[in-house]
Design a protein. Structure first.
Length: 154
């Protein structure tokens, strides 16, 4: 009986475990500038609390953020649509995550946008999970394309 109870509790706890996070954005101007000097781009995940699709997106993005191949191409940050966490935007203006997301026109989570050193969005946003089976490929193609563009301007 104790084994069954332990197995049931383990199954219940599994979905409750959140995907590990990306670094929270604090100063986008500094991040983008630093990355841009190296010819890299800034990948921003727009997320919100209690969003299972956001957790799924992080399951792709966190390993990329920790992989040398992708770290040579991009930096990764998270902006929370529903948080009043302090944030300096690409112009260095102070505000919050919520305000910045609103100014960027982000309405759905997860959304991934890729920016160059000047804070200019490169390529189309990836909104939602589209087709989960191909989500990783969408991310890889978007990052590679933005990185190549940044290299041409570097």
């Amino acid at each position: 009986m104790a084994r069954w109870l332990a197995a049931i509790l383990a199954c219940v706890a599994l979905p409750l475990a959140a995907a590990p996070g990306l670094p929270s954005a604090r100063d986008l101007a500094a991040d983008a500038g630093r990355l841009g000097r190296d010819g890299r781009v800034l990948v921003v995940l727009y997320s919100q609390a209690d969003c299972t699709w956001c957790d799924a997106a992080r399951r792709y993005l966190v390993p990329m953020a920790n992989d040398d191949h992708w770290r040579r191409r991009a930096g990764f940050r998270q902006v929370d649509l529903d948080a009043d966490t302090a944030l300096a935007d690409f112009a260095g203006r102070p505000g919050t995550h919520r305000e910045f997301a609103r100014r960027q026109g982000i309405r759905l989570a997860p959304t991934v946008a890729i920016y160059d050193a000047r804070g200019v969005q490169r390529g189309d946003r990836i909104v939602g999970m589209r087709t989960p089976d191909f989500y990783g490929q969408y991310l890889e193609q978007a990052i590679e394309s933005a990185h190549e563009t940044a290299q041409l301007k570097h």
